[in-house]
Design a protein around this ligand. Structure first.
Ligand code: ADP
Ligand code: ASP
Ligand code: MG
Length: 417
């Protein structure tokens, strides 16, 4: 008998029909003699809707109250999934993150897990029940309700799988696995049967949201293999493990990653003297703003422009800090660009293959895509372009690096409501 953690994302529990389909799948897994722990996300766009509601009553989003609000989304789907299991005659019980002892630090909206107790889950399993856990949430050491960051039900699943020493951690979503690119943007994307933690980490870090970054970090650090698969087709998906796809030569490029979730901020005509970058980025770090790419243009007249990208979601926090610091350091002004895309090539073989960056830039130039920023790591190259160029850039790179599958993605791609 195995212990299986099954996580269902927003589209997988988007409406009553989908919740019943999930319950049937869980019931089937249980009927095969397995213990099952279910982790659910909020239904469909419930979290986005809650964020919009908060925006409509107040411009300032108090962390504690936001977490009180946002955790309700997952609580709704956990209770409904449990009721759907009851309707199938399966004994099941729902829990919040707090009830199962997911203990976090005190940082609202982006709390880090410190410990997973899991006692109530173990008790439920011992009593023959399916435990249904609301994802994305925990309780802080100060006993406040916290959330773990966008997409973090994936993290709840991997953390529970580790704490319970589960035999499998299955991440059910609306695509059939991890592909060489987002199949919604590049229909020719190819499904990977296996991907290493390191490559998945770079893909998630570059902004591919098929798995949340911190869930991959956690899975890698604690060696929890993840099986990413579809709750619409139930076919075998992609294994994310500590091994490469094959024991042969590593592929040079394993994927093209696209990301529309960032904004670019430029601080114009900053005096060029020591300490300016520290003065700017220290307060942003202290406010938990995840600054991503940074570019500083060379200075001619004693001033320089500093541009950086950061999540659009952090803009409200960053805006006041940046304008305050810009005034303090005597910059001419601050510009924002929300219409940017980040496009990255990821591949473990890149570190031993020169010329990848040159080929990437040539491909983009031939397709008339202008590059605004560039950053690299040993196994990733990222560029920032205008959002309008995202599809053209991603598809042309996918073709140029020989990743096209020869047939378009054919499984259902449900619309996200
Ligand atoms: P869930 O709500 O199930 O957590 P997400 O939206 O977080 O789902 O992640 C699934 C989505 O990730 C897919 O619908 C797909 O559009 C997108 N995606 C981005 N990059 C990839 C990729 N390389 N492979 C598969 N899906 C990807
Ligand atoms: N509902 C949360 C979000 O939309 C968490 C998740 O779906 O994993 O970010
Ligand atoms: Mg997700």
């Amino acid at each position: 008998m195995a212990l299986i953690v099954q996580k269902f994302g927003g589209t997988s529990v988007a409406d009553p029909d989908r919740i019943r389909a999930v319950a049937e799948h869980v019931a089937f897994t249980k009927s095969r003699g397995n213990d099952v722990v279910v982790v659910v996300s909020a239904m469909g766009k419930a979290t986005d809707n809650l964020l919009a509601l908060a925006d409509s009553v107040s411009g300032t989003q108090h962390g504690r109250e936001m977490d009180m609000l946002l955790t309700t989304g997952e609580r709704v789907s956990a209770a409904l999934t449990t009721m759907a299991l009851h309707a199938l005659g399966v004994d099941a019980v729902s829990f919040t993150g707090s009830q199962v002892g997911i203990i976090t630090d005190n940082v609202h909206r982006k709390a880090k897990i410190l410990e997973v107790k899991g006692d109530r889950v173990r008790e439920a399993l011992a009593a023959g029940k399916v435990a249904v856990v609301a994802g994305f949430q925990g309780v802080s050491i100060d006993r406040e309700i916290t959330t773990l960051g966008r997409g973090a039900s994936d993290l709840t699943a991997s953390a529970l799988a580790k704490a319970l020493d589960a035999d499998a951690c299955e991440i059910y979503t609306d695509v059939t696995g991890v592909f060489t690119a987002d199949p919604r943007i590049v229909p020719q994307a190819r499904k990977l049967h296996r991907i290493s933690f390191d490559e998945m980490l770079e893909m998630a870090g570059a902004g591919s949201k098929v798995l949340a970054l911190r869930s991959v970090e956690f899975a890698r650090n604690h060696n929890v293999p993840l099986h990413v698969r579809s709750s619409f087709t139930w076919e075998q998906g992609t294994w994310v493990t500590d091994q490469q796809e094959s024991n042969m030569e590593e592929p040079i490029i394993s994927g093209v990653v696209t990301d529309l979730s960032e904004s670019k901020v430029t601080i114009v005509a900053v005096p060029d003297r020591p300490g300016i970058s520290a003065a700017l980025f220290e307060p942003l770090a202290a406010a938990n703003v995840n600054v991503d790419m940074i570019v500083q243009n060379t200075s001619h007249d004693g001033t320089t422009d500093i541009s950086f990208t950061m999540p659009k979601a952090d803009m409200a926090t960053a805006e006041s800090i940046v304008s305050r610091i810009a005034a303090e350091i005597g910059a001419r002004g601050v510009e924002h660009d929300n219409q940017i895309a980040k496009i990255s090539l990821v591949g473990a073989g890149m570190k031993s293959s020169p010329g990848i960056a040159a080929k990437m830039f040539r491909t983009l130039a031939d397709n008339e895509v202008n590059i605004a920023m560039i950053s690299t790591s040993t196994i990733r190259i990222s560029v920032v372009t205008s959002a309008a160029d995202l599809e053209k850039a991603a598809r042309s790179l996918h073709t140029a690096f020989g990743l096209d599958s020869g047939e378009a993605y054919s499984a259902p791609l449900p619309e996200r409501k």
